[in-house]
Design a protein. Structure first.
Ligand code: FES
Ligand code: FES
Lengths: 767, 162
């Protein structure tokens, strides 16, 4: 059967499918949901980083004009009032203690936001202030106060070959992940063993649409609109927390004003749901800018690497200990620990790997998923150390990478899937573009390379999808992958159009509604193309098969004689509009063909994470900097990033993912970050927290989308939304050492750090 | 809620005369979104930093989240909804569309209004001027380069029209 002329819409430069809605202001997000009789929620948050709650009295707030409901710890009866991923430790509102500044203590629903804010001031809370831990080191101290006096409920999932984990392995430690392969004695074969420590900073996601949810109860039915990345896990968690049957909870996810990882699992939802239940009215809970900062952040980290290499630069063994600052609640920290621990070897060949990653509790904002998901932390440390080792051995940093890269198709570690990008190709592209091999560097200038690395597609992500074809050739995708800006509606409508050999305008991406949309685990882990995309391809082909078999029966010939072209069946020179065939057979009411697709990598105990990784996401980067030795100022002159889309379904979308991620990383590398003094977040206000602006772009900023064609997604595609953030910080640090000899091992790379590193180089006599 | 005085203000909203009754502390963003249904106007930081809420007041880009409604009295106000209400897209919208100068789209109405204001003042800006001007607003998704290119393309289109 010949179906589609190859690539009718894939790769086309036509606008994204969401373009018209987004450029005209017609696009609707959860913030825009406005229901009749809707109330507005506001949350009272702890001013103390760590305190016991001695009393909470909300009676005056309850009397305040316009107030319809107040939630305190007294309203949690009958609920399972704590939530989390592996560990259920985060309460809807504080029960016995508060554990960070911003921990919710009470919430009010009122006619207006203003009335709600005013009522919060009338809630009387008495605290017994406790000693705090603001940093990883403080939390691990034997004398440190315990954040949790008793262990919250939690699970450790099954792991495969070489991997293991433990919850609450030590004081103020949520979770420890370990991975080991090969024999520790291998270190003896190394000619050199290098030990280095790296510090990673902490960004706030800074999605412009805040955490927001609207909840409404109608008798026993709960309806929720949420700016969330994973509607089905959210439904499951709400069912558990509220002891409510899953079939009576309906979650809608409109367009999402971005998330970068933050909008997984419960955020604004539990308080909205509880207030809606108490008030009997719909409740909107939309957080403020500050509340976003008090709800979720990236993981700061300390990464200690011990790496053994041969004199010729061949990698032998790597041991690592990673400490993630997980904040006050576990959130996704155990999952991030898995990934950070697993990804620290990078895309290189080792004979022994031994890695430990700990989730340390501190009295700070809970850390959670952030674009890169542990891979940003590990790429920073690993790619910095590889350059340091190369320079110590007097080997070119480019050569040492090429010498140790995993080959295309070579398994990452024993039992694992093989690389689905050729690492050499990408490195050569960025090295060429930045002029790496040109010998004459201007004084004070340097060039650095880096290869960011993560697996992609996630684990345990069963994906289901439905594709329907209507009588007139309309195609409707029912799919739980949310449109969060990454362009999934564009990519998926194109894939279906390509398979049905029709213009993309025939294809609609249905709104997400958990009552109707087939199950999906969530829009994360760069999984849209490589996981859901595979299910989509199956569903589309199944639906198409039904259409073609139907046509062959109507025309009484083999399917192989027929070609589908824009809902017209062609047989040689004959033209048979499908609509007429369908009406002829099914009568005037018409018909719908329905294809369903399912994809999940199979369980495999030989794979360390219990199933082989679906795909590998590589971010190649190169930076050129100029360092001013007087001031320590680093000018990023040129930045090149490159990701492998496998096949670019929409080239602009790929480019945008790479560039957006890279610019986030520019901020993290040079200036952006949450600044804690002890347990106090100093730059929480919008005016104080600096994110990159247009003027922060390097004069020369290039992204190059590769289409290597080895991806497991439809048409050879693979995910690339996280790759661009991975290599930037280490490429810049490597460029700085190339420029002036100074090595910076902590982010952000401020002029003060560069100056002090330069001073250290000079030695005691010269300073 | 006590002590708020209420008054009627008059201004042109996307070319149409409106006369809402507002309390003195009602911010323009809430007036426009809630009472005038201009939901294209987005609120991000609510602190006059991100520019998601950018509207044009007498042609000047203005943070609606940090503007009291009464300050709109007697002005000409434009929002994203007013740019294309004759059906045809504004050249800036066209350029954002063709250049995919958005991802989540949350900053996009503000970015487009900011760019419209630039091109009304300087129909032929240099790339450096575009970068400086567009640095007033935050986009966390795109990395800005495609936005800058869209504004360049729009400037060129405007130049060809005039
Ligand atoms: S919402 Fe007005 S400037 Fe951010
Ligand atoms: S497109 Fe998402 S913030 Fe600009």
């Amino acid at each position: 059967m010949s179906v589609a002329t190859p690539l009718r819409v894939i790769g086309s430069a036509a606008p994204r499918t969401d373009a018209d809605a987004k450029i005209t202001g017609a696009a609707r997000y959860t913030v825009d949901i406005d229901l009749p009789r809707m109330l507005h929620a506001r949350t009272l948050r702890s001013p103390h980083p760590h305190a016991r709650l001695t009393s909470v009295n909300a009676s005056r707030a309850r009397q305040y004009p316009g107030v319809h409901a107040v939630v305190t710890r007294n309203h949690l009866e009958g609920l399972n009032p704590t939530y989390g991923y592996f560990i259920k430790d985060q309460p809807i509102v504080a029960i016995d203690k508060v554990r960070y500044i911003g921990d919710p203590v009470a919430a009010v629903a009122a006619e207006t936001e203003r009335a709600a804010v005013e009522a919060l001031a009338l809630i009387d809370v008495k605290y017994e202030v406790l000693p705090t831990v603001g940093t990883i080191a403080e939390a691990m101290d034997k004398q440190a106060p315990d954040l949790f006096e008793s262990e919250p409920m939690g699970i450790v999932p099954a792991y495969g070959q070489g991997a293991s984990a433990e919850k609450f392995p030590a004081k103020n430690n949520f979770y420890q992940f370990r991975y080991r392969t090969g024999d520790a004695a291998t270190f003896a074969e190394a000619d050199h063993v290098f030990e280095d420590e790296f510090h990673f900073s902490r960004l706030q996601h800074y999605h412009l649409e805040p955490f927001v949810a609207v909840a409404a109860w109608d008798h026993d039915s709960l309806e929720v609109w949420s700016s969330c990345q994973n509607p089905f896990p959210l439904r499951k968690e709400l069912a558990r927390v509220f002891n409510h049957p899953e079939q009576n909870i309906r979650v809608h996810v409109p367009l999402i004003g971005a998330g970068y990882g933050a909008k997984n699992n419960c955020k604004a939802e539990p308080i909205a749901v509880l207030l809606a239940r108490l008030s009997g009215r719909p409740v909107r809970h939309c957080m403020t800018h500050e509340e976003n900062f008090l709800t979720q952040s990236q993981h700061a980290a300390i990464l200690r690497l011990k790496t053994g290499v041969k004199a010729d630069g061949t990698f032998v063994a790597r041991q690592s200990h990673i400490l993630l600052d997980s904040g006050a609640y576990s959130d996704a920290s155990p999952l991030v620990a898995e990934k950070a621990g697993y990804r620290i070897p990078g895309p290189y060949r080792w004979r022994h790997i031994d890695t430990v990653c700990d989730c340390i509790m501190t009295n700070t904002t809970p850390a959670g998923p952030f674009r890169g998901f542990g891979g940003t932390q590990t790429s920073w440390a690993s790619e910095s150390q590889i350059d340091m080792i190369a320079r110590r051995l007097d080997i070119n940093p480019y050569d040492i990478r090429k010498q140790n890269f995993l080959a295309l198709g070579e398994p990452f570690v024993p039992g694992e899937s093989g690389m689905d990008s050729d690492l050499h190709v990408g490195l050569d592209i960025v090295a060429e573009e930045i002029g790496y091999h040109k010998s004459n560097r201007a004084e004070g200038r340097g060039i650095g390379l880096a290869v960011g690395f993560k697996d992609s597609g996630g684990v345990n992500k069963p994906a289901t999808v439905q594709v329907k074809a209507t009588t007139t050739g309309g195609l409707i995708i029912n799919c739980g992958t949310t449109e969060i800006g990454q362009g999934v509606t564009t990519a998926f409508t194109r894939i279906v159009a390509e398979i049905f050999n029709c213009p993309v305008e025939r294809v609609r991406y249905a709104p997400i509604d958990t009552d109707i949309t087939p199950f999906d685990q969530g829009t994360n882990a760069s999984s849209a193309l490589v996981v859901m995309g595979q299910a989509l391809e199956i569903a589309s082909r199944e639906c198409l098969d039904q259409v073609m078999v139907f046509a062959s029966e109507q025309l009484d010939c083999p399917v192989a004689d027929l070609v589908l072209d824009d809902w017209v069946i062609k047989r040689g020179d004959e033209i048979h509009p499908l609509q007429l065939l369908i009406m002829g057979y099914y009568g005037g009411t018409g018909f719908e063909f329905v294809g369903r697709g399912f994809f999940k990598p199979s369980t495999d105990h030989r794979a360390p994470l219990e199933s082989q990784c679906v795909s590998w996401e590589i971010g190649w980067g190169a930076a050129e900097v100029e360092v001013d030795p007087e001031t320590g100022r680093v000018d990023l002159l040129k930045l090149v990033v490159s990701g492998d889309a496998g096949r670019a379904i929409h080239p602009d979308v790929c480019r945008g993912q790479d560039e957006g991620a890279a610019v986030m990383a520019i901020g993290q590398s040079l200036f952006e970050g949450m600044r804690y003094r002890g347990a106090v977040l100093e730059n929480i206000r919008a005016v104080d927290y600096r994110v990159p602006l247009a003027r922060d772009l390097p004069i020369q900023f290039t992204s190059i989308t590769q289409e290597q064609g080895h991806g497991p997604g439809p048409f050879g595609s693979k995910g690339m939304g996280e790759a661009g953030i991975l290599p930037v910080a280490s490429a810049i640090a490597n460029a700085i050492e190339d420029a002036c000899g100074a090595r910076i091992t902590s982010l952000p790379i401020t002029p003060e750090k560069v100056l002090s590193a330069l001073d250290n180089l000079k030695g005691p006599d010269e300073t | 809620m006590s002590g708020d005085t209420v008054r009627t203000i008059r201004f042109a909203l996307n070319g149409r005369a409106v006369a809402p009754t507002v309390s003195t502390n009602l911010v323009a963003a809430d007036l426009l979104r809630d009472q005038e249904s201009m939901k294209g106007l987005k609120i991000g930081c609510d602190q006059a930093v991100c520019g998601a809420c950018t509207i044009l007041v007498d042609g000047s880009p203005t943070a609606a989240c940090a503007t009291f409604s009464f300050m709109l009295d007697g002005t000409d106000v434009r929002t994203i909804e007013g740019l294309s209400d004759q059906g045809a897209l504004h050249p800036v919208q066209q350029a954002f569309r063709n250049n995919s100068a958005f991802q989540c789209g949350y900053c996009t109405p503000g970015m487009i209004m900011l760019a419209v204001a630039l091109l009304e003042r300087h129909p032929n800006p240099s790339r450096a001027e575009i970068i400086e001007w567009m640095s007033a607003n935050i986009c966390r998704c795109t990395g800005y380069k495609m936005i800058i290119e869209a504004v360049e393309a729009a400037a060129q289109a405007v130049g060809e029209l005039s």
